[in-house]
Design a protein around this ligand. Structure first.
Ligand code: SF4
Length: 452
């Protein structure tokens, strides 16, 4: 399904679209207020951007430094070239201990790797412990936002889901009640879990430690209770030094939700006594993206979600319409690099207004990269045959001014006499929500020649 047709389904529920739009805009406004309280906000963004650019240009060395330091701390470091390898590494760790239960805290990387279905097919019970993730897991769905995974659902729908799946009171959608019910429900799994897996927000090269930011403390509880802890990280999550961390933690929570800092910022450096700590460093297409000079900066992303909250297309089309783990403006840059044919419509799901780049805490030139992808898609002739034909015709017309003028004259005349049903019909997507202005009697060129 294309982004446009998936978005059409979302938009067909108008109250939901309005509510989704205004909820995310509210988060964007919170972000603005939080950012304006920091006088050096722009310097922080600049610094974060430079640190990340440095990391990307020296990534091989930082990764090796990180691995050395982590191993020195007693951590087992694994390298996964792709999603399949990542999933097999996780399974092999669990199998070695004959474990059948694992708790997981929010990790978009494991969503990207489709870890849950893989482990479940291999007899492992995986429980997502982030509240939003647990909601979408119970819904048998996928996250629609990287920071607020269940933002597509209203509290009444969550109340119904919880009633059906975990036995809460019918008709009770009180957020406090539902949160407490989820806490009780998840506590059971935390206590039974044999292994815990978390994502990684930052991996510090000069200490070999990983940092995980959550608001619910679920990652910490999972890791502290289970004997085996696993941290899955994309290879771009590196920052050079522990001193650099403050730059990113100050930017991350403010950009994501407007909070000064996430409630929990956990540092994991070595296994607990009697325990095991594994870090899996995953490539899964990132090296390829690093090699594309026009798009490499997309790897600086710290997954705050601010570009989604501000994007007029994301807010009114919903995260599921993008058909990929990371939706919104940044997802539309990452996905064509994974499969150009499959995701060729995503760089066009943007107004190119640039609001995403304005709020991005690491100053990724998102709208420029989207525009660049459009050029690549055109050059590689990956767009639909109809669109390619129309663009070639337009280019040909623009190269022949007298034909262009003639076409304009005929078009103005045709629009006057053509029956409405021939112009506004189901094949004319553009006309579904728009009205053409009344055609003028003359073109601007004709008017100008008469009046200059
Ligand atoms: S691209 Fe920038 S704004 Fe968007 S999620 Fe990544 S860091 Fe946040």
């Amino acid at each position: 399904m294309t982004h446009a047709s998936a978005a059409a389904q979302f938009i067909s529920n108008e109250p939901r679209t309005d509510w989704h739009d205004s909820s995310l805009w509210w988060v964007r406004q919170k972000r603005d207020m939080a950012a304006h309280q920091i006088p050096e906000w722009e310097q922080l963004r600049e610094l974060a951007s430079r640190i990340k650019l440095n990391v990307l240009s020296e990534l091989d060395e930082y990764l090796v430094q990180f691995e050395d330091n982590a191993q020195r701390n007693g951590v087992t470091v694994h390298w996964a070239a792709d999603a399949k390898e990542h999933n097999e590494i996780v399974l092999s760790i669990l199998r070695r201990h004959e474990y059948t239960k694992m708790v997981k805290s929010k990790s978009m990387l494991t969503e990207e790797c489709h870890l849950n279905p893989f482990l479940e097919a291999n007899g492992i019970e995986v429980i997502d412990t982030d509240l939003g993730e647990r909601i979408v897991q119970l819904e048998e769905n996928v996250p629609s936002h990287i920071v607020m995974p269940a933002i597509h659902m209203k509290k009444e729908e969550i109340g119904e889901l919880f009633h059906e799946k975990i036995g809460t009171e019918a008709g009770n959608a009180d957020p406090q009640y539902l949160t407490e019910a989820a806490r009780g429900h998840l506590r059971e799994y935390f206590l039974k879990a044999e292994a815990a897996l978390t994502g990684v927000n930052f991996a510090i090269a000069n200490t070999g430690g990983v940092v995980v930011c959550t608001n619910e403390g679920n990652a910490d509880m999972g890791v502290h209770l289970a004997k085996v802890q696993i941290h899955s990280m994309g290879m771009e999550k590196i920052i050079p030094r522990a001193e650099d961390l403050g730059v990113f933690t100050r930017l991350l929570a403010r950009s994501a939700t407007g909070q000064p800092i996430t409630v929990y910022t956990a540092h994991h450096h070595r296994p607990k006594p009697g325990g095991e700590m594994h870090i899996i460093i995953v490539d899964n297409g990132r090296s390829r993206q690093l090699g594309r000079k026009d798009f490499r900066k997309s790897l600086a992303c710290i997954r705050c979600g601010a570009c989604m909250n501000t994007c007029p297309i994301y807010r009114r089309s919903g995260g599921h319409s993008y058909g990929y783990t990371v939706p919104g403006p940044i997802g539309s840059i990452l996905t064509p690099g994974i499969d150009l044919k499959k995701h060729k419509d995503l760089p066009f799901a943007s107004t190119l207004c640039g609001s995403c780049a304005d709020v991005c805490p690491v100053k990724i030139d998102i709208h420029h990269q989207l525009y660049k992808w459009r050029q690549v898609i055109t050059e590689e002739k990956a767009q639909s045959a109809g669109k390619g034909f129309a663009m070639n015709m337009a280019a040909w017309l623009f190269r022949h001014p007298w034909l262009y003028r003639m076409a304009g004259k005929m078009g103005r005349l045709a629009l006057k006499i053509t029956p409405r049903a021939l112009v506004y019909n189901r094949w004319n997507d553009w006309g579904k929500d728009r009205e053409l202005p009344t055609p003028p009697k003359q073109s601007f060129g004709e008017w100008y020649r008469k009046n200059r």
